[in-house]
Design a protein around this ligand. Structure first.
Ligand code: ZN
Length: 230
Protein backbone atom coordinates (compact mmCIF):
# COMPACT_ATOMS: atom_id res chain seq x y z
CA UNK A 1 0.00 0.00 0.00
CA UNK A 2 1.20 3.51 -0.78
CA UNK A 3 -0.28 6.93 -0.22
CA UNK A 4 -1.83 6.84 -3.70
CA UNK A 5 -3.06 3.21 -3.89
CA UNK A 6 -6.66 4.23 -4.51
CA UNK A 7 -5.75 6.70 -7.26
CA UNK A 8 -3.45 4.18 -8.98
CA UNK A 9 -6.21 1.57 -8.90
CA UNK A 10 -8.59 4.08 -10.49
CA UNK A 11 -6.13 4.83 -13.32
CA UNK A 12 -5.64 1.12 -13.99
CA UNK A 13 -9.39 0.31 -13.90
CA UNK A 14 -10.08 3.16 -16.32
CA UNK A 15 -7.34 2.01 -18.71
CA UNK A 16 -8.70 -1.55 -18.66
CA UNK A 17 -12.23 -0.31 -19.36
CA UNK A 18 -11.00 1.75 -22.33
CA UNK A 19 -8.87 -1.12 -23.64
CA UNK A 20 -11.65 -3.72 -23.32
CA UNK A 21 -14.13 -1.42 -25.04
CA UNK A 22 -11.94 -0.74 -28.07
CA UNK A 23 -10.93 2.81 -27.20
CA UNK A 24 -7.21 2.10 -27.61
CA UNK A 25 -7.71 1.00 -31.21
CA UNK A 26 -6.53 -2.55 -30.52
CA UNK A 27 -7.28 -4.88 -27.61
CA UNK A 28 -3.70 -6.05 -27.20
CA UNK A 29 -1.95 -2.77 -27.94
CA UNK A 30 -1.23 0.21 -25.78
CA UNK A 31 -2.73 2.89 -28.00
CA UNK A 32 -3.61 5.31 -25.26
CA UNK A 33 -2.85 6.42 -21.76
CA UNK A 34 -4.68 7.71 -18.70
CA UNK A 35 -3.73 10.03 -15.84
CA UNK A 36 -5.19 11.49 -12.67
CA UNK A 37 -4.04 14.74 -11.03
CA UNK A 38 -2.84 14.16 -7.47
CA UNK A 39 -2.36 17.75 -6.37
CA UNK A 40 -0.60 20.96 -7.35
CA UNK A 41 2.13 19.36 -9.44
CA UNK A 42 1.92 15.59 -9.65
CA UNK A 43 -0.14 12.90 -11.35
CA UNK A 44 -0.64 9.14 -11.47
CA UNK A 45 -0.11 7.84 -15.01
CA UNK A 46 0.00 4.57 -16.93
CA UNK A 47 3.39 3.05 -17.83
CA UNK A 48 4.91 3.29 -21.32
CA UNK A 49 4.54 0.47 -23.89
CA UNK A 50 3.03 -2.02 -21.46
CA UNK A 51 -0.12 -4.07 -22.11
CA UNK A 52 -2.77 -3.08 -19.58
CA UNK A 53 -4.11 -6.60 -19.04
CA UNK A 54 -2.05 -8.14 -16.27
CA UNK A 55 -0.94 -4.87 -14.69
CA UNK A 56 -1.51 -4.24 -10.98
CA UNK A 57 -2.12 -0.83 -9.38
CA UNK A 58 1.54 -0.79 -8.23
CA UNK A 59 2.54 -0.62 -11.92
CA UNK A 60 0.95 2.84 -12.24
CA UNK A 61 3.56 5.57 -11.76
CA UNK A 62 3.43 8.83 -9.83
CA UNK A 63 5.40 11.63 -11.51
CA UNK A 64 5.71 15.38 -11.10
CA UNK A 65 4.86 17.76 -13.93
CA UNK A 66 8.51 17.75 -15.10
CA UNK A 67 8.06 13.92 -15.37
CA UNK A 68 10.49 13.08 -12.55
CA UNK A 69 9.37 9.78 -11.00
CA UNK A 70 8.03 10.09 -7.44
CA UNK A 71 6.78 6.50 -7.18
CA UNK A 72 7.31 3.68 -9.66
CA UNK A 73 8.40 0.09 -9.97
CA UNK A 74 11.89 -0.57 -11.29
CA UNK A 75 11.94 -1.07 -15.04
CA UNK A 76 8.72 0.81 -15.76
CA UNK A 77 8.81 4.19 -17.47
CA UNK A 78 5.93 6.68 -17.40
CA UNK A 79 3.80 6.97 -20.55
CA UNK A 80 5.59 8.54 -23.51
CA UNK A 81 2.76 11.12 -23.53
CA UNK A 82 3.37 12.21 -19.91
CA UNK A 83 4.46 15.69 -20.99
CA UNK A 84 1.18 16.04 -22.92
CA UNK A 85 -0.80 15.18 -19.77
CA UNK A 86 1.19 17.56 -17.54
CA UNK A 87 0.77 20.36 -20.09
CA UNK A 88 -2.99 19.95 -19.80
CA UNK A 89 -2.93 20.04 -15.97
CA UNK A 90 -0.68 23.11 -15.98
CA UNK A 91 -3.03 25.00 -18.32
CA UNK A 92 -6.42 23.79 -17.16
CA UNK A 93 -7.11 24.08 -13.41
CA UNK A 94 -10.59 22.58 -13.95
CA UNK A 95 -9.12 19.32 -15.25
CA UNK A 96 -8.24 16.51 -12.84
CA UNK A 97 -8.23 13.51 -15.21
CA UNK A 98 -7.05 13.01 -18.80
CA UNK A 99 -7.76 10.21 -21.26
CA UNK A 100 -5.68 9.97 -24.44
CA UNK A 101 -6.91 7.30 -26.83
CA UNK A 102 -6.83 6.06 -30.42
CA UNK A 103 -10.58 5.38 -30.58
CA UNK A 104 -11.74 4.59 -34.14
CA UNK A 105 -14.36 7.27 -34.94
CA UNK A 106 -12.41 10.07 -33.29
CA UNK A 107 -9.39 8.85 -35.27
CA UNK A 108 -11.40 9.06 -38.51
CA UNK A 109 -11.95 12.79 -37.93
CA UNK A 110 -8.22 13.07 -37.11
CA UNK A 111 -7.54 11.99 -40.71
CA UNK A 112 -9.75 14.57 -42.40
CA UNK A 113 -8.82 17.41 -40.02
CA UNK A 114 -12.44 18.15 -39.36
CA UNK A 115 -13.37 19.80 -36.05
CA UNK A 116 -16.76 18.91 -34.59
CA UNK A 117 -19.18 21.85 -34.35
CA UNK A 118 -22.10 22.04 -31.89
CA UNK A 119 -24.30 19.14 -33.03
CA UNK A 120 -26.09 17.74 -29.95
CA UNK A 121 -27.10 19.39 -26.66
CA UNK A 122 -25.57 16.81 -24.31
CA UNK A 123 -22.29 16.61 -26.24
CA UNK A 124 -21.82 20.38 -26.51
CA UNK A 125 -22.72 20.87 -22.86
CA UNK A 126 -20.14 18.30 -21.69
CA UNK A 127 -17.38 18.84 -24.26
CA UNK A 128 -17.89 22.42 -25.41
CA UNK A 129 -19.43 23.78 -28.62
CA UNK A 130 -16.29 23.09 -30.69
CA UNK A 131 -14.10 19.97 -30.62
CA UNK A 132 -10.99 21.41 -32.24
CA UNK A 133 -8.07 19.80 -34.08
CA UNK A 134 -4.62 19.84 -32.48
CA UNK A 135 -2.00 20.04 -35.27
CA UNK A 136 0.18 16.93 -35.72
CA UNK A 137 3.33 16.43 -33.67
CA UNK A 138 5.25 13.17 -33.30
CA UNK A 139 3.90 10.97 -30.46
CA UNK A 140 5.54 11.93 -27.17
CA UNK A 141 7.25 15.01 -28.60
CA UNK A 142 7.46 18.42 -26.91
CA UNK A 143 6.03 19.76 -30.20
CA UNK A 144 2.80 17.81 -29.69
CA UNK A 145 2.50 19.13 -26.11
CA UNK A 146 3.17 22.69 -27.37
CA UNK A 147 0.55 22.32 -30.13
CA UNK A 148 -1.93 21.11 -27.49
CA UNK A 149 -1.18 24.07 -25.22
CA UNK A 150 -2.23 26.48 -27.98
CA UNK A 151 -5.74 24.96 -28.06
CA UNK A 152 -6.56 24.56 -24.36
CA UNK A 153 -7.80 28.11 -23.86
CA UNK A 154 -11.05 27.29 -25.67
CA UNK A 155 -11.99 25.46 -22.40
CA UNK A 156 -13.24 22.37 -24.22
CA UNK A 157 -13.21 18.94 -22.63
CA UNK A 158 -12.28 17.10 -25.83
CA UNK A 159 -9.83 17.51 -28.72
CA UNK A 160 -8.88 15.58 -31.84
CA UNK A 161 -5.15 15.15 -32.55
CA UNK A 162 -4.36 15.25 -36.28
CA UNK A 163 -3.31 11.82 -37.65
CA UNK A 164 -3.20 10.41 -34.12
CA UNK A 165 -6.23 10.17 -31.83
CA UNK A 166 -8.14 12.13 -29.20
CA UNK A 167 -7.95 13.76 -25.77
CA UNK A 168 -10.80 13.77 -23.25
CA UNK A 169 -10.58 15.90 -20.09
CA UNK A 170 -12.69 15.74 -16.93
CA UNK A 171 -13.11 17.22 -13.48
CA UNK A 172 -13.14 13.60 -12.33
CA UNK A 173 -12.01 10.32 -13.88
CA UNK A 174 -15.64 9.36 -14.36
CA UNK A 175 -16.21 12.54 -16.37
CA UNK A 176 -13.08 12.05 -18.47
CA UNK A 177 -14.27 8.53 -19.39
CA UNK A 178 -17.78 9.77 -20.12
CA UNK A 179 -16.32 12.56 -22.27
CA UNK A 180 -14.28 10.02 -24.28
CA UNK A 181 -17.54 8.10 -24.83
CA UNK A 182 -19.44 11.24 -25.85
CA UNK A 183 -16.67 12.16 -28.28
CA UNK A 184 -16.82 8.70 -29.88
CA UNK A 185 -20.61 8.96 -30.15
CA UNK A 186 -20.56 12.38 -31.83
CA UNK A 187 -17.59 11.46 -34.09
CA UNK A 188 -19.44 8.33 -35.24
CA UNK A 189 -22.67 10.22 -35.96
CA UNK A 190 -20.81 13.10 -37.65
CA UNK A 191 -18.82 10.77 -39.93
CA UNK A 192 -22.02 8.97 -40.97
CA UNK A 193 -23.83 12.27 -41.54
CA UNK A 194 -20.93 13.67 -43.63
CA UNK A 195 -20.83 10.49 -45.70
CA UNK A 196 -24.38 11.11 -46.95
CA UNK A 197 -23.18 14.26 -48.74
CA UNK A 198 -26.18 16.15 -47.37
CA UNK A 199 -25.87 19.39 -45.38
CA UNK A 200 -25.27 18.74 -41.66
CA UNK A 201 -27.36 20.96 -39.42
CA UNK A 202 -25.81 22.45 -36.28
CA UNK A 203 -27.29 23.80 -33.05
CA UNK A 204 -28.46 27.44 -33.13
CA UNK A 205 -25.62 29.90 -32.42
CA UNK A 206 -27.38 31.15 -29.26
CA UNK A 207 -27.33 27.63 -27.82
CA UNK A 208 -23.67 27.11 -28.77
CA UNK A 209 -22.82 30.46 -27.11
CA UNK A 210 -24.65 29.39 -23.94
CA UNK A 211 -22.62 26.15 -23.74
CA UNK A 212 -19.37 28.09 -24.39
CA UNK A 213 -20.22 30.42 -21.53
CA UNK A 214 -20.94 27.50 -19.17
CA UNK A 215 -17.56 25.90 -20.01
CA UNK A 216 -15.82 29.27 -19.49
CA UNK A 217 -17.44 29.67 -16.06
CA UNK A 218 -16.41 26.15 -15.05
CA UNK A 219 -12.75 26.85 -15.81
CA UNK A 220 -12.87 30.29 -14.21
CA UNK A 221 -14.39 28.91 -11.01
CA UNK A 222 -11.69 26.21 -10.77
CA UNK A 223 -8.88 28.75 -11.23
CA UNK A 224 -10.34 31.05 -8.55
CA UNK A 225 -10.94 28.33 -5.98
CA UNK A 226 -7.69 26.56 -6.89
CA UNK A 227 -9.43 23.22 -6.99
CA UNK A 228 -6.62 20.83 -7.58
CA UNK A 229 -6.35 17.31 -6.28
CA UNK A 230 -8.85 14.71 -7.36
ZN1 ZN B 1 -1.36 8.19 -28.84
Amino acid sequence: MTRYSEEKAMVLESSLWLSRNGYFGTHRGTGGNVSLRLGESSMAITPSSTEYEGLTPEDILVVDFAIAIIEGKTGLKPSVESILHSTIYRNRPDCNAVVHSHQPWGSALALINTPVPALFDEVSLALGPLIDIIPYGLSGSPELAANTATKLSNNANAYIIQNHGILALGKTMHQALLNAELLEKVAHAYCLALSTGKAVTTLPQSVADMFASLRHNDVKEASVTGKGGA
